[in-house]
Design a binder for this molecule. Sequence first.
Ligand code: TA6
Length: 281
Amino acid sequence: MPDKGGQPKVSISTPQSDGEMHLHGAQVTSWRPTGAEEVIFLSQRAHWEEGKAIRGGIPICFPWFRAKADDPRAPAHGVVRTRIWTPESLEQNANGVTVSMSIDSDADTRRWWPADFHLLQRVTFGNDLKLEFTVRNTGTAPFRFEEALHTYYKAGDVRKARIRGLDGITYLDNIDSNKEKKQIGEILFGSATDSAYLNTENDLQVIDPVLNRSIHVAKQNSRSTVVWNPWAEGARTLSDLGEDEWPHMLCAEASNILQNIVELAPNQDHIMTVTMTLNPL
Ligand code: TA6
């Protein structure tokens, strides 16, 4: 069945969990373990058009994060979250169902970024949700890239939610001119938040007392974590996010950005993985 943009999507329903993944951006937009509430936030106002990003789910940011440092005209968060990817495989296995989609560099991507690459997004929907994002350098020269799995978690009320796991970690506060700060204790949300935690491979716990759950997020080959909520004022600037939706989302993004940018030699792969596990509080 096509999604709201008319693009193919994969709908998964297994004894362990249900989920959805779209060819549009190879974007997961739903994961719901059996007997539990939806884990992933998706905006009611999301755009569903090729060339536009879907607000919510797990967008893939590559090969730069936020604005392109040397070209403000370039699309935010890179060139692949707005594209239609190629279905690769659908496997049933002991862990659930694994869906794979890929995309290669082409004339469109080279308009903004000269290097050649092959990307593979493999997602296993089961008791856990596991994402394996592979970047392959298919060119003849090394390249440097940023990446993020820009996960939107559904929140009962972000003002009551907390993130554990980044105590003592240095971050750049994008709300405050990217000033360098140090995290003390758990992350609480009292205003617009846009923080890039650097040099950290720590697991996280997203604690949600309103939904009475915590989400354990483990990651590999990711040295940055971004935490974001636009708050009311930020939500007003986003046409694809309802003014009453911001309290029900928070982003915690396994990434490699800024000083954690990755250098990749020709014919080499870099694989970043994220595994989410839902636990009652
Ligand atoms: O991940 C946080 C962030 O980089 C914020 O700066 C904010 O811009 C957000 O991503 C959403 O970006 P988007 O381009 O999807 O509107």
